[in-house]
Design a protein around this ligand. Structure first.
Ligand SMILES: [Fe+2]
Length: 178
């Protein structure tokens, strides 16, 4: 069973298709937050970073007359549900273990409760880490979705995080970023 790296996940055509909508910068920044927060919570940073990288790939673009329509978005958004399903498919295609793919998908499904009727969720430590990582990078008015980055810089940052994950697990660094 092949364990995909963050970079392999990032480079998957479906990731590339969907991650642009919600912003590559927000995805990468959330992954870096997830790495740090995972250590505080004693959670596997690899799962946390993978979930954080993919957490928003379920977004749909709610534009009306060329402008983002928040009312339309609030009423109809199910990005966590779509994201969990898309992430699961990508991870399985890349050879992730089924148990791990499910754990990551669940963390994506529960990273927000915006689509649920009121009530409180009981989150596992991994699910809490991904939710906090997302919130740590949020800006008012959804501005965190609009920051841009050139592809090479994104790849460099993701490689760095892959290495940090490997180092944190006491494994040999397997990729060089420079
Ligand atoms: Fe997010």
């Amino acid at each position: 069973m092949h364990k995909p790296t963050l970079l392999e996940i990032f480079n998957h055509p479906k990731t590339q298709k969907y991650i642009q909508r919600s912003g590559v910068v927000h995805a990468i920044a959330s992954s870096y937050h997830a790495f740090k927060i995972a250590q505080r919570f004693g959670v596997d940073p690899e799962l946390a970073c993978k979930a954080a990288l993919l957490h928003d790939i379920g977004h749909y673009t709610w534009y009306r007359d060329g402008e983002w329509d928040f009312e339309l978005y609030k009423a109809n958004d199910i990005h966590a549900i779509k994201g969990a399903e898309r992430a699961h498919k990508i991870l399985i295609q890349l050879g992730e273990k089924r148990e791990t793919a499910k754990e990551i998908s669940l963390a994506i499904l529960l990273h927000t409760d915006s689509y649920l009727p009121q009530g409180s969720l009981h989150l596992s430590p991994l699910q809490k880490v991904v939710k906090l990582a997302d919130e740590a990078d949020e800006e008012p008015n959804g501005n965190h979705h609009y920051r841009t980055i050139v592809h090479d810089k994104a790849v460099e940052l993701i490689l760095k995080l892959d290495n940090k994950i490997q180092e944190s697990k006491g494994e040999k660094t397997f990729q060089q970023t420079s």
